[in-house]
Design a binder for this molecule. Structure first.
Ligand code: URA
Length: 247
């Protein structure tokens, strides 16, 4: 839900200030009811909003992917003044928001959209869209520890679902390993906590895939629009729901 004047301004009706005047002058209706005060909120995806009897244009739907860098927060604002993802979207005027979160120090594939339905579908816990990460950890985990992660491991918020886990690279000199892990859930700090549970601290974490979508050649800190086919494929992956995973 957003304030009506903000919705009108985002739909390109006029400036926010001018939209306030339109509301006060009785030109705006929400679901057939005239609104003449400024506190009213609405949801442009659900509510029918008109100005002088004409429906406002719905905002163009945007679907972006970004190769997020470390040290960026996936929120719309940060009271501490840290960098936020929209700082990396030059040329995008629409307000887009991240589909799920990546930690401040996690890098890699982040989807952004202004399509609430798309975002809900892809982040809903019953839709297990696989997400693949490369986790560089301190020490080299034993195969049996990785098997535990694969089968499911007890975290403080319950057992994790089965995951796919493989060695990607082992640096015996530095005593570090990079493990590829595909999870079908999206709990808070899940990958970091899974490795903590086998006593290996994650020192670098990068998401490299969301469903079948990979980062490909997208440079660090860069973004691009998804193709219509990529959007379709992500929706199809989400709609498959948990059936695939529970077989
Ligand atoms: N798992 C984590 O621990 N952090 C992320 O940012 C994403 C998945």
């Amino acid at each position: 839900m957003e304030r009506l004047q903000k919705i009108l301004a985002q739909a390109g009706v006029a400036s926010r200030r001018k939209c306030e005047e339109l509301i006060l002058s009785g030109s705006v209706e929400v679901n057939g009811e005239k609104v003449t005060t400024l506190g009213v909120k609405a949801d442009p995806a659900v509510d029918a909003i008109t100005v002088n009897g004409k429906p406002i244009k719905s905002e163009k739907k945007l679907y972006l992917m970004m190769n997020k860098v470390k040290g960026v927060i996936t929120s719309a604002k940060d009271p501490q003044g840290r960098k936020i993802v929209s700082d990396f979207l030059p040329g995008i005027k629409e307000r887009v928001y991240p589909v799920g979160r990546l930690d401040y120090d996690t890098e890699g594939l982040l989807l952004l959209t202004n399509d609430g339905e798309f975002a809900n579908l892809l982040t809903h816990p019953s839709h297990h869209v696989p997400k693949t990460y490369l986790a560089t950890v301190k020490g080299v985990p034993h195969g049996s520890a990785l098997e535990q992660l694969q089968k499911g491991i007890q975290l403080e918020d319950g057992m994790t679902a089965p995951a796919e886990v493989e060695y990607h690279d082992v640096d015996t000199e530095k005593k570090e390993a990079t493990i590829s892990i595909t999870i079908y859930e999206g709990r808070n700090r899940q990958v970091r906590r899974m490795f903590e549970a086998i006593n290996h601290k994650v020192i670098r974490l990068k998401r490299i895939k969301f469903g079948d979508l990979g980062l490909q050649q997208l440079g660090r800190g860069k973004y691009r629009h998804l193709t219509p086919q990529e959007v379709k494929d992500l929706l199809a992956a989400a709609r498959k729901t948990h059936k695939v995973h529970k077989k």
